[in-house]
Design a protein around this ligand. Structure first.
Ligand code: PEP
Length: 248
C-alpha cells in the first residue's frame, strides 16, 4: 500500500490553551479523519502537546514536537527529551528546522544525534534541510542540501520511520514558495542522497515546506516525488490547514 502523504503543521512559538481549544473545535467541524491517503500531524509548542494529543487522536490527527534534546534526562535546563515527547503522545518530532539552525546554532551533527534519540524512543524524525538565499544565489543549493542529508540523517534508519523536509530558508514565512521546478529538482537530489546511505533510508518520505498555502498546495503536492508538506503560518488556521490537506 502506498505511504500516505504527510500534511504536517509547525506552530512554532504560537498558541495558548484557549487558542488550541478554538483550533480543535474548528478542526473537528471539518472532519479531518475523512482524508484517505493523507496523514495529518500538528506540532504545537511543547506546552500544548499533552493537552492536544487526545482530542487530535479522536479526530485521526497525530501530534508531534518541534525539537528534542539528544539525551535521556539530566541537568539540561529548559530542554525536553524524545522520551518526554513520546510520553505526551507524540509520534513525530521536527529536527534541524532552519530557525533552530540559525538561532540556536544547531549543526548537522547535532541533528543526527537528536534523530537517533528520537528513533530510540519510537518517534519519527522530520529532518529539515534547505539552503539560504545566499547559498542559492552562489550556486551552492544542491551541494548544501546533499551535505545536510548526508550528515544529518543517521545511517541505517528505517525508511518508514524517516521524513526529510526540504525547506529552502528563503521560502519560510516569506509568502514566496520555491518554484515547482526547484521543488522537483531538490526532491530528486534528496532521494539520490538518501539512496547513497545504507539500508532503508532510501525510501524515506520527502516533503516540502516554505510558504505552502491553500492556493499553491495542489500544484506542489501533485509533484511526483513530493510526499507531503510542512506548513508553518497556514497551519495555525484550521480552515487553511484542512484546505491544504484537501488540496489535489
Ligand atoms: C516552517 O516553519 O517550517 C514553514 C514552512 O513556515 P511557513 O509555512 O510559514 O513558510
Amino acid at each position: 500500500m502506498a505511504r500516505p502523504m504527510l500534511i504536517a503543521g509547525n506552530w512554532k512559538m504560537n498558541g495558548t490553551r484557549a487558542e488550541a481549544a478554538d483550533f480543535l473545535s474548528k478542526l473537528r467541524g471539518l472532519k479531518p479523519d475523512a482524508r484517505p491517503g493523507r496523514q495529518l500531524l500538528i506540532c504545537p509548542p511543547a506546552t500544548l502537546i499533552g493537552e492536544m494529543a487526545k482530542p487530535l487522536a479522536a479526530s485521526g490527527v497525530l501530534v508531534g514536537g518541534q525539537n528534542c534534546h539528544p539525551g535521556v534526562n539530566g541537568a539540561f535546563t529548559g530542554d525536553i527529551s524524545a522520551g518526554m515527547l513520546r510520553d505526551l503522545g507524540s509520534s513525530h518530532v521536527i529536527l534541524g528546522h532552519s530557525e533552530r539552525r540559525a538561532m540556536h546554532g544547531e549543526t548537522d551533527q547535532l541533528v543526527h544525534v537528536k534523530a537517533m534519540a528520537a528513533r530510540r524512543h519510537g518517534l519519527i524524525p522530520i529532518i529539515c534541510v534547505g539552503e539560504t538565499l545566499a547559498q542559492r544565489e552562489d550556486g551552492q543549493a544542491e551541494a548544501v542540501v546533499r551535505e545536510q542529508v548526508r550528515t544529518s540523517v543517521p545511517d541505517g534508519i528505517e525508511g518508514d520511520a524517516l521524513v526529510v523536509a526540504y525547506e529552502p530558508v528563503w521560502a519560510i514565512g516569506t509568502g514566496r514558495a520555491a518554484t515547482l521546478d526547484d521543488i522537483a529538482t531538490m526532491h530528486h537530489i534528496i532521494r539520490e542522497a538518501l539512496a547513497g546511505k545504507s539500508d532503508g533510508a532510501a525510501c524515506g518520505l520527502i516533503i516540502y515546506g516554505g510558504s505552502v498555502k491553500p492556493n499553491n498546495a495542489a500544484e506542489i503536492l501533485s509533484l511526483d516525488l513530493v510526499g507531503g508538506a510542512l506548513i508553518g503560518g497556514a497551519s495555525l488556521d484550521a480552515g487553511d490547514f484542512m484546505a491544504i490537506a484537501d488540496a489535489t
